[in-house]
Design a protein around this ligand. Structure first.
Ligand code: GLY
Length: 340
């Protein structure tokens, strides 16, 4: 599968095993999630044939300090613009690797090998790179698509149930944004992740990124459920996971769309059906609702996506969404209070 992202070709390569042939003559270095390295040491031996830097993947380490350490590692290994930097791991690792590759010497060659479901269908594809800064997630970054992304579904076999669920929720989100058979296939596979599901989800996202790499128009649709999710993650000090927060955000967006008359009851039921089918959360504890009432507005206005206005993605059909500017932010907080 090949895509053109701002005239830069990005190729998605499906592999059944870990034997990946990178060009022999080119200098390569590897940035690898330490946990992934420990889990797959034998198999990774077939891939790694260059210096490697292990990343302790956490939100705290997704920082400019880690980037400085990586720049030093790249310098020590004489990396230049024609060298290939290869990132292997989940979303934190691929975001960090891509940011370092995009800025070191004004841009080195980049290959990503995502090892989580979420990484395969979202974080590692579409060219967003990021680190956190002063407590704000992903506030520093670039758009820099990898020239190749290798998808090795075998990595999913050792993924904890929680991680599969996080990926599944983003997969459901993309299945609700645009017409495709992904919605029906997710349900008929009863949660089993197949290469067909991965391919469909990747294709839906990259089709959007081809039209709007820099997140100015249609790519914003990928934020479906995320305005609500961000508030839920923040007020719970990240005790509500991103996946759970997005699934609750999808429910809130669907209910607000119904109440505003953008969708009818039949479409609302179809949207909710898939969330119920996978038994995704539909409520938050009262203590969090209290915090939303007390601090929600402050969090909402801090949101990195909020400029002077707040744009929320609503449904205007089944597998159809649009962006609406919200003038009165309290209605978002009220939706969280009343709908979940
Ligand atoms: N994860 C949303 C995006 O790539 O735009």
């Amino acid at each position: 599968m090949e895509y053109l992202l701002n005239e830069k070709k990005t190729e998605i390569v499906f592999q059944n095993d870990f034997r990946i042939a990178f060009q022999k003559e080119t200098k390569k270095v590897f940035l690898i999630d330490k946990k992934v390295y420990q889990l797959f040491e034998n198999e990774l031996g077939k891939i790694i044939d260059g210096a490697s830097f292990l990343i302790y993947a956490s939100e705290e380490k997704k920082s400019l300090k880690t980037i400085e350490q990586i720049y030093r590692f790249l310098g020590e290994n004489n990396v230049n613009r024609s060298s290939i930097i290869i990132g292997i791991g989940g979303g934190i690792t691929t975001d960090i690797t891509a940011f370092a590759a995009s800025t070191y010497k004004r841009g080195c060659r980049l290959i990503l090998i995502p090892t989580t479901f979420l990484g395969m269908i979202d974080a590692a594809i579409g060219g967003k790179t990021a680190v956190n800064f002063e407590g704000i997630k992903n506030s520093i970054g670039t758009f820099y698509p990898a020239e190749k992304v290798f998808i090795i579904p075998k990595y999913l076999t050792k993924l904890p149930e929680k991680e599969i669920k996080n990926g599944l929720i983003e997969c459901i989100k993309i299945a609700l944004i645009k017409p495709s058979k992904l919605y029906d296939i997710l349900i008929s596979n009863k949660g089993k992740i197949t290469s067909e599901i991965l391919k469909l989800a990747i294709d839906l996202k990259l089709d959007i990124c081809e039209k709007d790499l820099e997140d100015k128009n249609e790519r914003k649709h990928l934020n479906l459920g995320h305005t609500f999710a961000h508030i839920l993650e923040s007020i719970s000090n990240y005790k509500i996971s991103h996946g759970t927060a997005v699934s609750l955000g999808l429910r809130a967006a669907a209910k607000m769309s119904l109440q505003s008359g953008y969708i009818d009851d039949a479409n609302y039921k179809k949207i909710i059906y898939v969330l119920d089918y996978f038994k995704l959360p539909d409520k938050i504890p009262e203590k969090y609702k209290k915090r939303i009432r007390e601090n929600g507005l402050e969090i909402l206005l801090q949101d990195k996506k909020a400029t002077s206005r707040i744009n929320v993605v609503f449904f205007n059909g089944f597998q159809s969404v649009f962006i609406k500017e919200i003038i009165e932010p309290n209605i978002i907080l009220e939706a969280l209070d009343n709908f979940i």
